[in-house]
Every structure is written in structure tokens, then in C-alpha cells.
Design a protein around this ligand. Sequence first.
Ligand code: CA
Length: 547
Amino acid sequence: MSYLRKYSPLHPHQRQPLDDQQIENSAGGYAYPVSIWTNLDRFLILGTEGGSYYAEEQDLTKENIDSVKKCITEDGIKVVERIREISVSGRAPKNDPALYALALAFTHGNTTTKQKVQEVFCDVARIGTHLFNFVAFMDGMRGWGRSVRRLIGEWYRTKDDDTLAYQVLKYQSRNTWRHADVLAKCHYGENRGIYRWMKGLDTEKRVVSRASKDGTQISTTYDATDALPELLAGYEELKRTEKRADVIKLIEKHEFTHEMVPNVWKDETDVWAALLANMPVMATVRNLGKMTQVGLLKPYAQEVQTVLDRLSADVIKRSLIHPIQILMALITYRSGKGVRGSLTWQPVPQIVDALDAAFYMAFDNIEPSEKNTLLALDVSGSMGSGTVAGCKGLTPRTASAALSLVTARTEPNYHIFGFSDDFVHLPIAAEDDLTSAVEKVRGIPMGATDCALPMLYAIENKLEVDVFIIYTDNETWYGDIHPKTALDMYRQDMGRPAKCAVVGMVANKFSIADPNDAGMLDFIGFDTATPALLSDFAKDAEITNEP
Ligand code: CA
């Protein structure tokens, strides 16, 4: 780029610090360190599963843990509140980082922080899977002292029998943990019928006597488990049932989920039809392949309409399903084969289209800023490694292509480019679907990284840009001018107060955004709030993203 050569001798290049705030990034370039609080948000939303181009998963996780611990030392209550807020709002693709951070806060926080963890625990560990993952994190982090037992036991204690029955049947085990194991760790006795059922103990009412410390006998009466919730009784009946018609009747009566139905029935079309009637959105999205394979979802079948209704805007909005889960379901369903490859099916086109449409609905409502928006996707080599939120095959590179479509479909004045050490026009348009957009990015050759190119290109071509949106891992190093310098040059040359939004796609601690420049701001990729926040930023509206 001729412009670059013209100006570069006057400024430090990217392998030198621009000012005394910059630090060296993993690529040998210099960037700004993000605050520990921005790092916390990146960790909660992006996670570290799958690592990055520059760091193995365990190293990236360690870096993030150190940073979360600093936040806990600085203000533990704020950390726990932030965890709760991000977890409950459904902004993050996965709840595991929130659960992990909560375990850290309980382990490293002071007394008031620990109390706060107790207060929010059941809000963050909402379902059985969350509980099992939290238990596994805690078990690896520390011993089962009284405070840990009380915290985890709370999850069971505060639920009534009906709620607990549903949870323990739908989420029976995870990794090596079963509810019986967790109850045993919590020293939970047999004084509640449903605990005894979970532990596989007998169901009769009984009285057990034991000697107390002073030698007197204490008697405990255990309730008979015939007073257990109807769901558990129905489940026991289901396990014994041998006729398909009876299985279907029981599913209809008790609204069982597919996890509660024995595998022997899982190849029956009618059984899936009965399950689909009351299937939650998330389970519907996850089982599209299976339901197509068993022949329930096929052209002209009325069940296809049931699925389409379940993927409609208002249902998706209410469900809190994350767009990344829809994206992953779309990629799998469209491919016609399961992740493990044993299952194959003929995808129903209407369902593919409905998943594509549902993806956009799963983000917060976006008011277009109507500003001149230049979307620049870092397509360099490093963006092709690691995974976003642990989703297999979803690299930061492909994830940014999907995210850029959300803006493309909202903003009237957008242009999309890709950059590495070269700047290329990316022919992604609002008419693209997710699959074609991802394919277009996949086709671009990878290269070294220069995050200043979007601004330099706009200067050279005299483009009237209001906001640059750069999707990157912030590992810039190749260029002869820093991105911040290039933005200032653009503003001066064009006489436009252009802004630059930096959308971080990896949970590392770097950013090209200068914290002292109010027109540069950090955002987080695949946060459901990001597209709406980007629009607010472009419109000069107040951003309330900061913790
Ligand atoms: Ca790179």
C-alpha cells in the first residue's frame, strides 16, 4: 500500500510500543492490555476451551484464572454480580466459564464474597448439568469442607420434590458424577424420600435409631417413597413398560423429556412424535438430525411445521437459546451427519432455512445505527486456530463471518472486508446465509496480521466511514503503523470523527483499542448483546456494557 510507505517512517511500527501503556502481545507486536474486568467478560463469554493459535488450552485457561483471581481480590462482590448477570441473561454461549469463575470466587474470595456466591448459586447453576460441572470444578480445586457441602447441598435442599424430580431425571449424570455421589459428598442423609430414591435405597417407611454422643438413642423416621412425585413413579413404570403404545401414553401423560426415555425406544418414530409435542426449544434444536433420521421430520410431515413454529421469533426470544447453539445445530443438520458420524439423514430444506433465520433472532434486538459502517474481519492465520466457546470447528475466523452477517442484515450502509497482511473485499452481503458467508471467508488465503489496514485502506480510497468494526484476536504485529495511529490519520485526513469498535474473538488480554481514546472501544465476539451495543456505540448512545 503506497500510503503506508509514505507515512511509516514518521511513526513507530507495530513491533515497537506506540506509547508507554502498550505491552507485547503473543505475536511479538505491541497492543494495549485490556483491564482485568474486560478480561473477565471475555473469559465469561468466549471461554478458553480449545485454546488459541498462540496458547494451549491449559495455558490460556491459567492466564484467565490469574486474571479472574485479581478481580476477586479487587472486588469479589462485583465479580459474583457480573457472573450472575452474564449467566442469567444468556449472553454467553456456555455457562461453564461462569461456573468456573464462581468456584474461584468461593475458593479465593473473602467472607462477604463467599456469602454472595451462596446467594446467587442456584441462579447460575440452574440445571443439573450446571450443578455437575460446578461440582467437578470444586472437586478439582479444593476439599469438601463444610462450607462447600452447604453451598452444593443448597441446590437440592431449596427445591421442592417436583422440581427436583424433573432435574434428576433429565440430568442424571455428567462425566463421572451422579446425584447419589453428590449427595454422599454433601453428607446428605436419607431423611427425604427423594434423596433415598436418588441413592437407590428401599422405598418403605422406616425408623432408624442411632446413639448420640451422650449415649441416648435418637430415632429418625424416613418417609415412604410412595409419596414421591408422580414423575418418579411414572419413570419407574416407563422403565418396566414393554409395549410401545404404553410408552407413548406415559410420555404424553408425564411429558417426559428424551433423556428420561430408555434408549431401546429411541429409534421409534412414534416415540419421537410424542416427545416432540412437549420438547423444549434447545432439545428440539439439538435433536433435529435424530428426528429426521428416524423419519419423523420429512417433507410435508406436520411435525416439520411444529419445528418451524418452535423456531419462530417469539419462541426463540423467550427461550434464551444462544445464537452459537443455533449456528452449530445448523452446520450439523445441514451436513446430514452427526458429529460422531454414525447418524446420517436427509436434511429438510425448510428446517435449514428456519435455523438460519432463528440465528439472528437469538441476538438482542438491534436498532440500526444507519452510520457508514466498515466491517473488517481479521482472516490471518491465527484466527483459523482454536475454537470459540469450545464449539468444535468454529474458529474465530468462521465465527466472525457469522457475526458480520448480523450487522450486514441490520445496517443499511455496510461494507465487509477481510485483512491479514493484505486487504481484500469480502463479498459477504445481507442476502448471504450463514453457510455461504462462512464459505466465502474460508476461501481467503491466510497471512500475517496488520490491524491498521482497514483505516489505511479507507484513507487511500477516501471512504466516508463513521465506524470501523474490527473482528480480531488483537495479535497485530506485521504493519508499519499502529492501528491507533492509522485511525488518528484517518480522522485528520478525512476530517471525520470516525470510531473504531474492536470485537475481541479470543479470551486473551490484548486490544488494539487505546483506552484513552473514547472513540475506540472493546466488544466481545458472540456476546448476544454485542450487535446491539455496536449500534449504540456507532450512534453515540451511552454504552452500559462496562461492569
Ligand atoms: Ca494473526
